[in-house]
Design a protein. Structure first.
Length: 171
């Protein structure tokens, strides 16, 4: 139904974008600060991960980009949006490639996505600040990306199973 019914597909994408936006907003409200910039839970990425496994790479890409632009314009600004786009696009590319195979569980794909999100942001920081010293944050950001990736991956795995059943019933 969702591949053939354009209206249903647009509604589903709109709902997922709205959910990702709300999750990103909730993340801004949660005081999650370890004194190191860049550590976040990645709640908005949960929706992108679910979309990757239920809608495919094209739909998930649209949701990821629109979410980053909306949250950037609403909560942070153009400069922060640059960091988010770099991290989000690198993360998405890695997750899209890894999700094609069946060797990694969704949690493993999510861990790689969380880690690569931090790598993308550090790369932009290195270019903007014109120093390689930002890479000293990498070990801490790798750990935080892996930990949040596990949590998002486990929750995403549970939800994907339920959503795939629901989406099959709708077809």
């Amino acid at each position: 139904m969702y591949k053939k019914n354009r209206t249903a597909r647009i509604v589903l994408y709109g709902m997922m974008i709205a959910l990702a936006f709300v999750f990103s907003y909730l993340e801004h409200l949660i005081p999650f600060n370890f004194g190191i910039p860049g550590i976040k839970l990645g709640l908005g990425n949960l929706v992108v991960l679910i979309a990757l496994y239920t809608l495919g790479a094209g739909g998930a890409f649209v949701i990821a980009v629109v979410r980053i632009i909306l949250t950037g314009l609403t909560f942070s600004g153009m400069f922060s949006m640059l960091y988010s786009l770099a991290g989000g696009l690198l993360s998405f590319a890695v997750m899209a490639l890894l999700s094609r195979g069946e060797k990694l569980h969704i949690a493993g794909v999510s861990i790689c996505g969380g880690v690569m999100h931090n790598v993308g942001q550090l790369t932009v920081a290195m270019i903007v600040l014109e120093t390689v010293n930002v890479w000293f944050y990498l070990p801490v950001l790798l750990i935080s990306g892996a930990v949040t990736g596990v949590v998002i991956g486990i929750v995403g795995g549970l939800l994907v199973g339920r959503l795939q059943t629901y989406l099959r019933l709708q077809r």
